[in-house]
Write a protein that binds this ligand. Structure first.
Ligand code: UD1
Ligand code: UDP
Length: 406
C-alpha cells in the first residue's frame, strides 16, 4: 500500500513526522505489534515548498529526523490563489504518476487544501478511481471564516474520506456538519506525539545558555530560576494591519517587568515590522535597540521546545503553540478573539485574550500568577500516529474504505 503524505509549511512537519515513523516501525525489523496487523506500507513524502527557508523548513527535517522528501514541488510564496493553484497544478502530476492508494494531508494550510482538492478530483483510469483522502487534525473550527485556515479546514474536511480528530470538539463539529460517524476517528494529536518524542533531545538544547537565561530543571511553570517570556505572532489579522499590530505590541510592556521577552519572529511578521516602522519596540541584539522585546530568527524545533518549556509565560497567536503549552503545563496567552482548539482552554493552560491591549495586559497578569498546570487532553499520549496508521491500514485492507467516487 502506498501512502502519500503531504507537508508544506512549518506546522506540518511535526504533525507528519510521527506518521512516517509509525510506518517505518511497522515495516522495520523492530516492528511492533502493529506490524502484525498491517500490510507492508510504502510512505511517499511530498513537500510542496510553501515554506522554504532553512529556518522555516530545512531545520525541521534534521530536528524531527524526517527523511528527505521524495518529491519537492518548490511552489514558494504567492497570493492565496497563486500559491494554491500552483500546488494543485504540480500535485496533480505527482499523484497521477505515483498513484498512491492514500493521500494524507495534515493541518490547515494552503498545501493541505490544495492537495486534498486535487486528490478528490483526480481520475486514475478515467473511471473515477482516486486515492482515499485522510485528513489529520480534522474537525477544528474557529467559526471565523475571515481566517484563511478556517476555510481550508472546512473544505478539506468535506473533501476527506477519513477524518482523524485531535480533540472531542472536533468530533462534535464534524457530526454537526453532517459528516457520517464512520468517517470520524478521535485519534489524538500527532503534534503532541512529536513533542513527547523530542522532549529529551530538546532538554539538551543549548538555547537557554545562548540567550543568557536558565530554566528550572523540570519545565514546570512560574518559578523558573530566571523568568522570561516567549512571544510569537504571525496571523495576518494581527500583523498585516499596522494599527492592530502596534496595539498588541503596546500591551506587551506588561511582560517587561518579569525578565527578558524573546520573540521568535516569523518572516511575515519580520517584513511587517520593517514596512510599518515598528523597529523601536524591539531589541535586535547586536544590531542595536537594546530596549524592549528581543527579536530572534525563527528557531529550530528543539530549541523552540526547550525555550517554551522553561518560559514563565508564552504569548502567541499560533495554533500549535496553544496545544504544546497545554501539554507542557506552561501558561499561554492567545492573542486572538477565538480558538479552534477549545480543549487548551477548558483543560489546558490557555486563555483567549483577544487583541484589545487592556485585555491582553489583564490576561498576561493573570497567567504570570497562574497556579496549577491544567491537564493534558485525552489521547495526547504520544501514540496518535500509530492509531492513525493502524486504522488506515486495517480499513483499507478490509475494503471498508473505498474513496467516495470509486
Ligand atoms: C502559513 C499558513 C498558516 C500557518 C503558517 C505557519 C496558509 C494560508 N497559512 O502562513 O496557517 O500558521 O504558515 O507558519 O497556508 N516567507 C518567507 N520564507 C518562507 C516562507 C514564507 O520569507 O520560508 C514569507 C514570504 O514573504 C511569504 C510570507 O512569509 O509571503 C507568508 O508565507 P505564507 O506561506 O503565504 O503564509 P504564512 O503567513 O507563513
Ligand atoms: N515553532 C518552532 N520554532 C519557532 C516557532 C514555532 O519550531 O520559532 C514550532 C512550534 O513549536 C510548533 C509549530 O512551530 O510546533 C507551530 O507553527 P506555527 O506557529 O508557525 O503555525 P500554526 O500552528 O499557527 O499553524
Amino acid at each position: 500500500m502506498k501512502i502519500m503524505i503531504v507537508v508544506g509549511a512549518r506546522p506540518n512537519f511535526m504533525k507528519a513526522a510521527p506518521l512516517i515513523r509509525a510506518i517505518q516501525n511497522c515495516n522495520g525489523p523492530t516492528a511492533s505489534a502493529l506490524a502484525d496487523r498491517t500490510e507492508r506500507i510504502q510512505a511517499v513524502l511530498v513537500h510542496t515548498g510553501q515554506h522554504y527557508d532553512e529556518a522555516m523548513s530545512g531545520s525541521f527535517f534534521t530536528d524531527l529526523a524526517l527523511p528527505k522528501p521524495d518529491l519537492y514541488l518548490g511552489v514558494g510564496s504567492g497570493s492565496h490563489a497563486v500559491q494554491t493553484g500552483e500546488i494543485m497544478r504540480l500535485f496533480e502530476q505527482v499523484i497521477l504518476s505515483e498513484r498512491p492508494e492514500v493521500v494524507v494531508v495534515v493541518g490547515d494550510v494552503n498545501s493541505t487544501l490544495a492537495c486534498a482538492l486535487v486528490a478528490s478530483k483526480v481520475s486514475y483510469d478515467g473511471d473515477g478511481g482516486r486515492p482515499v483522502i485522510a485528513h489529520v487534525e480534522a474537525g477544528l473550527r474557529s467559526l471565523d471564516r475571515s481566517m484563511p485556515e478556517e476555510v481550508n479546514r472546512v473544505l478539506t474536511d468535506h473533501l476527506s474520506d477519513l477524518l482523524f480528530v485531535t480533540e472531542e470538539s472536533g468530533v462534535q463539529n464534524l457530526l454537526h456538519e453532517g459528516i457520517s460517524e464512520e468517517r470520524i476517528h478521535f485519534a489524538g494529536n500527532t503534534m503532541i506525539d512529536s513533542l513527547l518524542a523530542s522532549e529529551e533531545k530538546a532538554d539538551r538544547s543549548s538555547i537557554l545558555g545562548r540567550l543568557g537565561v536558565h530554566g528550572n530543571g523540570n519545565g514546570a511553570n512560574g518559578n523558573s530560576a530566571m523568568k522570561y517570556a516567549l512571544l510569537t505572532l504571525h496571523r495576518p489579522s494581527n500583523v498585516d494591519c499596522r494599527e492592530t499590530f502596534s496595539n498588541i505590541l503596546s500591551a506587551l510592556d506588561e511582560l517587561m517587568g518579569a525578565g527578558p521577552v524573546f520573540f521568535s519572529a516569523h518572516p511575515r511578521t519580520r517584513k511587517r515590522i520593517a514596512e510599518f516602522g515598528l523597529e523601536s519596540h524591539f531589541d535586535f541584539g547586536d544590531r542595536g535597540g537594546r530596549n524592549g522585546i528581543r527579536i530572534l530568527e525563527p528557531l529550530g524545533y528543539l530549541d523552540f521546545l526547550c525555550l517554551m518549556k522553561h518560559a514563565a509565560v508564552v504569548v502567541t497567536d499560533s495554533g500549535g503553540i496553544q496545544e504544546e503549552t497545554t501539554c507542557l503545563g506552561v501558561p499561554c496567552v492567545t492573542v486572538r478573539e477565538n480558538t479552534e482548539r477549545p480543549v487548551t482552554v477548558s483543560k489546558g493552560t490557555n486563555v483567549i485574550a483577544g487583541t484589545n491591549p487592556r485585555k491582553i495586559r489583564e490576561a498576561i497578569q493573570m497567567q504570570m500568577k497562574r497556579r496549577g498546570n491544567g491537564s493534558v487532553p485525552e489521547k495526547w499520549d504520544g501514540h496518535a500516529a500509530e492509531r492513525i496508521i493502524e486504522t488506515l491500514s486495517t480499513r483499507i485492507r478490509k475494503g471498508q474504505l473505498e474513496s467516495a467516487n470509486k
